[in-house]
Design a protein around this ligand. Structure first.
Ligand SMILES: Cc1ncc(COP(=O)(O)O)c(C=O)c1O
Ligand SMILES: N[C@@H](CCCC[NH3+])C(=O)O
Length: 446
């Protein structure tokens, strides 16, 4: 990322962000195809090509559009989805269904039906209720589905408590209680329509240490050994999830992907040797790591409120609805005043969203040049879990998404309009009878 400006403007992925703001308006999500491609190459070089019998799927919950599916397909990765909506997006984008993995702790009958009808590659079964539904659906469709079973290895990641998932006390997956697991595996070994290939775990998100992956692998390989010894079940696939941390501010010191993948592969190789097990196929499924640093959000600064001896607030034309992460997880972001990229940082500014919430503060105490209304603010590392978690709270319009390639800056998601906000709404007949509605209509037509 080029932090130094051209003409005092902040350049992102080769593009002048002030010009982008002028051309497409703000707030604006900007995604760099080049950075996504670099990340995918790193996955290939340090994992897929370095170790045989490995696969990688992009966790699409981080950022999903049909265009993103096209990029992921072109890069040769698989896709992890967690809902009928994500699956439908992949289907509409023509993504190869055999490379799709379906997660989620409460998949509905309809979602599972859609997945089986479309022959998706793997269903990651979370619980016994889901297994019952799936067996019934597969039997009705007379199809054999291939699954992994999600387990919680009882390992806790050091991250925000809302994004840890591998601990025993979790809504996800089956705790490692041998008797229960033996029962499920035994049952599946004789199932006509559901084939158990192995196990899945996901330890949490925005993780910086590899030791918890190693710990989880030690726990799972022991399970693999016990299942082989007790039941003769051979685990042929192990999905070790995603969660690799990225840089939001200078306080984050992310490690290269190989720090995680080498540790995962060394641990699995050592453990399999120790237990005399064949190496299963190892799958990783990063989301944030692929797309997080590939995105920025551009805003225009409006009202500035200086409270002497307290602080200066600069309000932007977006906030919590397009980036709920600071309010949800106290997530920290860094930002640059895009039209003053080369100017001296001389004041401390708190960046406030425009939502009617005291907690809608995007960044506390950001070092900035002298801030003025009309300045363009570029918030960094917003590629993951911003667009995908955006809402219309306060009936704010969701921003457009622009994709940057070397030659083009093109809209991949249109900015919402006021009509978009209302297009699912209708006035129930019972209310239409009431004259006050007519009055409201008349007033609004004046
Ligand atoms: C099952 C599963 N896989 C992958 C991911 C992707 O996580 P991240 O974006 O942190 O890589 C998540 C989200 O935490 C997840 O729940
Ligand atoms: N939405 C979360 C990550 C959750 C990942 C899904 N299990 C975030 O923004 O950090």
């Amino acid at each position: 990322m080029e932090l130094q400006g051209r003409n005092n403007h902040f350049i992102f992925a080769g593009w002048d962000t002030v010009e982008l703001a002028k051309q497409f308006g703000t707030p604006l999500y900007v995604i760099s195809e080049g950075i996504i491609a670099e990340r995918c190459n790193e996955i290939k070089e340090t994992f897929l090509n370095k170790y045989s019998n490995t696969k990688a799927a992009y966790a699409s919950k981080a950022f999903l559009t049909m265009a993103m599916c096209k990029m992921i397909e072109r890069e040769g990765l698989g896709l992890d989805v967690v809902s009928g909506g994500e699956l439908y997006t992949a289907m509409k984008a023509g993504f190869p269904m055999e490379k799709v993995m379906f997660h989620g702790n409460n998949k509905s009958w309809e979602e599972l039906e859609l997945a089986v009808e479309n022959n998706i590659g793997r269903i990651i079964v979370d619980n016994l209720y889901e297994l019952e539904l799936l067996e019934e659906i597969a039997t009705r469709q007379n199809k054999k589905v291939q699954i992994l079973f999600r387990v919680t290895p009882g390992i806790e990641g050091n991250t925000h408590k809302y994004i840890v998932t591998g601990q025993k006390d979790s809504k996800f997956g089956m705790p490692l209680e041998p008797k229960k697991i033996y029962g499920v595996v035994k049952h599946l070994m004789s199932s006509e329509y559901v084939e158990l290939k192995g196990f899945h775990f996901h330890l949490g998100s925005q993780l910086f240490d590899n030791d918890i992956y190693i710990g989880a692998i030690e726990v799972i390989t022991k399970l693999m050994y016990d299942l082989k010894r007790e039941l003769g079940f051979i685990t042929t696939e192990l999905n070790t999830g995603g969660g690799f941390g990225i840089r939001y501010t200078e306080k984050d010191q992310p490690k290269p992907l190989s720090y995680f993948t080498d540790a995962i592969m060394n641990a699995i190789e050592n453990q399999c040797k120790e237990y005399d097990l064949d190496l299963p196929t190892i799958i990783i499924e990063p989301g944030r790591w692929v797309v997080g640093e590939a995105g920025i959000t551009l805003y225009t600064i409006g009202a500035i409120k200086d409270i002497p001896d307290v602080r200066t607030y600069a309000s932007i034309d977006g906030g919590l609805p397009d980036n709920p992460r600071p309010a949800l997880y106290k997530a920290k972001y860094d930002a640059i005043v895009a039209n003053k990229a080369e100017e001296k940082l001389e004041m401390t500014t708190t960046i406030a969203g425009k939502c009617c919430e005291t907690g809608d503060i995007l960044i506390w105490d950001l070092e900035t040049p002298k801030i003025e209304s009309g300045d363009i603010l570029a918030v960094l590392s917003t590629g993951a879990y911003n667009f995908s978690m955006a809402s219309n709270y306060n009936k704010l319009l969701r921003p457009a998404v622009v994709l940057l390639t070397e030659e083009h800056a093109e809209v991949m998601v249109k900015r919402e309009t006021y009509n978009d906000l209302l297009n699912r709404e209708m006035i129930p007949k019972s209310l239409k009878k009431q004259s006050c509605i007519e009055e409201i209509k008349e007033v609004s037509q004046q």
